[in-house]
Design a protein. Structure first.
Length: 554
């Protein structure tokens, strides 16, 4: 990168004064040369002038901080390691070269220096680097103009080192369901959302504040835990949504770590903040959380869940519970939903809210979904053989499973093996499933419908639901999320739900309300015309044996 004089800058780090002067004399006609007599001094010069330095020429054997230690420090900095390093060596030691290359060195020059060779190697490396990218591109995000993740790590670490007596807070923001926002509104609106998020977060700038883009929809900030900044954070906490077109809103979630240790790497602090953020990603109504030591325990527990889930499936440790669905008008049993429950050998009973997100993020959910489907087909056959009245049971199905080429053969084989009519098994999907591969997924689900398996859309109302999508998707039943039912005390919420129910019926679809717990809620959804209800008003989810008794009693 050229400086104001138009010359590119080179940093020469060499302890031998004669060698350093000879090298600088070769270079100074073409380059602006910065000098350092050991690795420690070179690192300081580099940190102060990294934007201008195009290349580093480094001796290996030096006092205070040798070349290996210098390379290691540069390699650990995501920003500084973008600057190429040529190692100057007086030997042909293969092990020395291998070690330098492993630590990130780009090339070598041999002492005593040959001017033409040195100049050509430096010129070639600078040209290759600048044709591929510039440090500015590495340092600043193209869309938002804030620091990239690499640059944030660099600047935040230096601020921590330079201010050992200041208490700092680190926070990462996440735009919930950002993939759905992009799919629903398009990239222009999504990018505008990111820019407005940046504007919102940057209002809190104070001295020693550093801000960057951590990931596609995540931003990171480090600032002193001063009274002024704390007050700004307090004000921001109550405003965790950003308006979208058509009365939509984007929800912001924050993970925060206070009083971060100065001698711990920023990357490690970020890992802790992301742990905190992960605990609330799928929690409705919770938008802000602080990291504490229990988060580490949560992370360790999550790892334990991942390590034990495959064996649990092999051992048949997952139980399938069934929650009844009743006609809202007559109270008659009209169906059920299959739900996976797990009693872990170490942790005991695990809430689905804890293990299902882990299964989804690892892709293991497709294995568990199929297990629930297969077991339910077998149970339905057993109940039918006992002469019990059987009802349709819905089983969740993940996108990854639906996209498999052998999906239809795999999932219809248990139906065939059990000689069970397809009308007694429903597939349950979520709207987020259709954010990608829409045509392929629609084709598969239509084939399921043609084979008499009905499709239920679960959790309607929790994401960026589009009513216009109902006419495009191959659906039979719409399940209104419990958040709708819990909000029925609000007249506006009740009117919205009633309008949605009318639209559902006008399109020839059936409706189910989840989370109905009281007679008052039942009456309200019945008045709206909801076809069926599911919730604790009638029954909690029941293990197989208890559901069998339930079938006998209704």
């Amino acid at each position: 990168m050229a400086n104001e004089s138009g010359y590119r800058s080179i940093l020469v780090v060499e302890d031998n004064e004669l060698n350093r002067e000879m090298l600088c004399a070769m270079l100074e006609d073409r380059y602006n040369v910065l000098q350092a007599e050991n690795g420690k001094e070179g690192l300081e010069v580099l940190q102060e002038n990294y934007r201008d330095i195009s290349i580093i020429v480094l001796d290996v054997q030096m006092p205070v901080m040798n070349g290996y230690e210098f390379l290691h420090a540069v390699k650990d900095d995501d920003l500084l390691r973008e600057i190429p390093v040529i190692v100057a060596t007086g030997s042909s030691d293969i092990e020395e070269e291998e070690r330098c290359l492993e630590l990130g060195a780009t090339d070598f020059v041999i002492k005593p220096y040959k001017k033409n060779i040195v100049l050509k190697r430096i010129s070639n490396i600078i040209r290759l680097r600048e044709s591929a990218s510039t440090l500015k591109e590495v340092e600043f995000d193209d869309l938002t103009g804030v620091f990239t993740r690499q640059a944030f790590f660099h600047h935040a670490q230096k601020i921590l080192q330079d201010n050992p007596d200041i208490d700092f807070t680190l926070a990462i923001s996440d735009i919930q369901d950002f993939t759905l926002v992009k799919e629903r509104y398009g990239m222009k609106v999504a990018n505008d959302l990111l820019l407005r998020n940046v504007a919102l977060l940057r209002k809190a700038q104070v001295e020693n504040y550093v801000f960057g883009r951590y990931d596609d929809n995540q931003f990171i900030v480090m600032a002193p835990s001063s009274e002024r900044y704390a007050e700004i954070r307090k004000q921001r906490r109550g405003r965790l949504t950003i308006p979208l077109p058509e009365e939509g809103v984007a929800v912001l979630k924050f993970g925060v770590k206070r009083s971060i240790e100065h001698d711990v790497s920023i990357k490690e602090h970020c890992r802790h903040v992301l742990m905190a953020l992960d605990t609330i990603k799928h929690v409705y109504g919770v938008n802000y959380t602080l990291f504490d030591e229990n988060m580490q325990k949560y992370y360790d527990r999550r790892i334990a869940i991942e390590r034990s889930m495959v064996k649990a499936l092999e051992n048949g440790d997952f139980q399938i519970f069934y929650q009844p669905k009743h006609d809202s008008r007559t109270g008659k049993l009209v169906g059920a939903e299959a739900l996976v429950r797990w009693t872990h050998p170490e942790f005991g009973f695990l809430s689905p809210a804890e293990f299902i997100p882990v299964f989804e993020q690892t892709g293991f959910i497709s294995e568990v979904d199929f297990y629930a489907w297969k077991r339910t087909c077998m149970n339905q056959r057993e109940w039918q053989d006992k002469g019990l009245r059987i009802v349709p049971i819905s089983v969740n199905c993940s996108r990854s499973e639906l996209l498999q080429n052998d999906f239809l053969h795999k999932w219809f084989k248990p139906l065939k093996d059990s000689a069970l009519s397809s009308q007694y098994m429903h597939l349950e999907v979520t709207e987020s499933l259709f954010t990608e591969h829409f045509d392929k997924l629609s084709e598969v689900l239509r084939e399921c419908q043609q084979r008499d398996v009905k499709i239920e859309l679960d959790d309607f109302g929790t994401g960026y639901s589009s009513l216009s999508m109902f006419q495009l998707l191959p659906l039979d039943i719409i399940k209104f999320d419990m958040a709708f039912v819990k909000g029925l005390d609000s007249p506006r919420q009740a009117r919205v739900m009633a309008a949605c129910v009318r639209l559902v019926h006008n399109l020839g679809l059936k409706s189910i309300a989840e989370g109905v717990e009281t007679s008052q809620q039942l009456e309200k959804v019945k008045e709206m015309g909801i076809d069926a209800v599911q919730g604790y008003y009638y029954s909690r989810p029941l293990p197989k044996a208890e559901f069998e008794q339930y079938l006998m009693s209704v």
